[in-house]
Write a protein that binds this ligand. Structure first.
Ligand SMILES: *Cc1c(COP(=O)(O)O)cnc(C)c1O
Length: 428
């Protein structure tokens, strides 16, 4: 695609965008700046305008029905989580029996590790990416310790080569092959939160399986961002949160995927709770845990309805737009941001701006991470003050996500115009 740094070009793209009407279905924050560009859907998605009514409905039902709402409200709470399953399964490319929404992300990965990280004396290692999201790294360390292993020995981090910022797939595959006999698990992020690098999940899964290891993924930055086909890719398990690209509200419930080949593996160790118990006998309240078939058998507790009501509304927006259309726009929009940053980098060589996200659209989602070594934190603070809402990570990386549901080409143009001014000021 041929991009141009002009307002006319940006507006023409927006006018031709089949998803342009979706922007109006979200609230944009007003942070006291004259204009605002929201590029932080990678951390917290914006609020769909339909969320409030969905939550208020459940508040009314609670007021009107009390406990009877479990069975007699408009969307009975007893089975409320089941309403989220079809749209969620569609987004991650799974069968409905393979997906359930519950708990929060880190909690869910721990629960899945109970079943899928079962190290033995000889096969106990986990291969993951260097610079993982800290919560995942702490999770791996404490899981290794819980099983009596030294994290430094049990966790193998695949890092970028010296002088590089991205992890080479061949290096991951080599690490898997080199540890073939000791490897219990390959556990990666789908999209790395820092660099925005999208890993080849089917390739990593295939390589893990070839050496007899399990493949699991944290899809926090992948879900709702890139097309996923978890079932067909034969992934063993995965988990994600819903408040980033899925716009379901701060800290809301996450989702899990367990491949159907494990769905009837009742001998797998797991931590039990009544919501994972066979529905037919749940209310007999008897001893003896009998897990449900499929992903639902990993549930513990009855569902938090207010959060799930918000999520139901946000997933409806996703279902309307559809991942294929979102991805098609996303590639163009992120390509425009890439072009804009390249243009700025060429105009202001002293600012030492560079992109660390892969340039190949197949190896990234919507996020672009920009290294601003020449200007450091000051540039970021100026961006925020000027209404460009992005995110700063030490030592000098600014992460930005133009989200196809609610960001526009004009947003990207505005970013470029504001940056040009800030960079020109910095030169004086
Ligand atoms: C956002 C994110 C988390 C956050 O975990 P919570 O349990 O929801 O607080 C964990 N891992 C990754 C990779 C993330 O991007």
């Amino acid at each position: 695609m041929q991009y141009e740094s002009t307002l006319e070009f940006a507006r023409a793209q927006d006018a031709a965008d089949p998803l342009r009407a979706y922007r109006d279905r979200f609230y944009f924050p007003s942070l006291g700046t004259s204009e605002l560009v929201y590029f932080t859907g990678h951390s917290l998605g914006l609020q769909p305008k339909t969320v409030r009514a969905a939550v208020e409905l459940e508040l009314d039902e609670w007021a009107n029905y009390g406990v009877e709402g479990h069975f007699h409200s408009t969307n009975p709470w007893y089975s409320y989580h089941e309403l989220l399953t079809p749209p969620m399964a569609e987004i991650v490319g799974a069968k409905e029996s393979e997906v359930v929404c519950m708990n929060s992300l880190t909690t869910n990965i721990h629960l899945l590790f109970v079943s899928f990280y079962r190290p033995t004396e000889t096969r106990y290692k986990i291969i993951s990416e260097a610079k993982m999201f800290p919560s995942d790294r702490y999770l791996l360390e404490t899981q290794a310790q819980f099983h009596g292993f030294d994290p430094d020995d049990a966790i193998i981090e695949v890092a970028p080569r010296d002088g590089e910022t991205l992890i080479r797939e061949e290096d991951i595959l080599e690490a898997i092959a080199a540890n073939a006999d000791e490897l219990a698990l390959v556990f990666f992020g789908g999209v790395n939160y820092f660099t925005g690098q999208l890993f080849n999940l089917p390739r990593l899964t295939e390589a893990a399986h070839a050496v007899g290891a399990i493949a699991g993924f944290d899809l926090a930055h992948a879900v709702g961002n890139v097309p996923l086909a978890l079932h067909d890719w034969d992934i063993d398990f995965a988990a994600w949160c819903s408040y980033k690209y899925l716009n379901s509200s701060p800290g809301n419930v996450g989702g899990i995927f367990v491949h159907e080949r494990h769905g009837r593996s009742f001998d797998l160790p797991r931590f039990g709770g009544w919501w994972g118990h066979d529905k037919a006998t749940r209310f007999q309240m008897k001893n003896g845990f009998q897990p449900m078939e499929g992903a639902e058998g990993w549930q513990l507790s009855n569902a938090p309805i207010l959060g799930m009501a918000a999520m139901k509304a946000s997933l409806e927006v996703f279902a309307d737009a559809g991942m294929p259309a979102l991805r098609a726009k996303s590639e163009k929009l992120t390509g425009y941001l890439e072009y804009t940053i390249d243009t700025l980098a060429a105009e202001f060589p002293d600012a030492d701006i560079s992109l660390i996200t892969p340039r190949n659209p197949e190896q990234r989602g919507c996020q672009i991470s920009m290294d601003v070594a020449g200007r450091e934190r000051k540039l970021f603070d100026d961006m925020i003050a000027a209404g460009i809402i992005a995110d700063f990570r030490e030592p000098c990386v600014i992460r930005m996500a133009p989200v196809p549901l609610y960001n526009s080409f004009e947003d990207v143009f505005t970013f470029g115009r504001v940056m040009r001014k800030l960079l020109a000021q910095g030169e004086r």
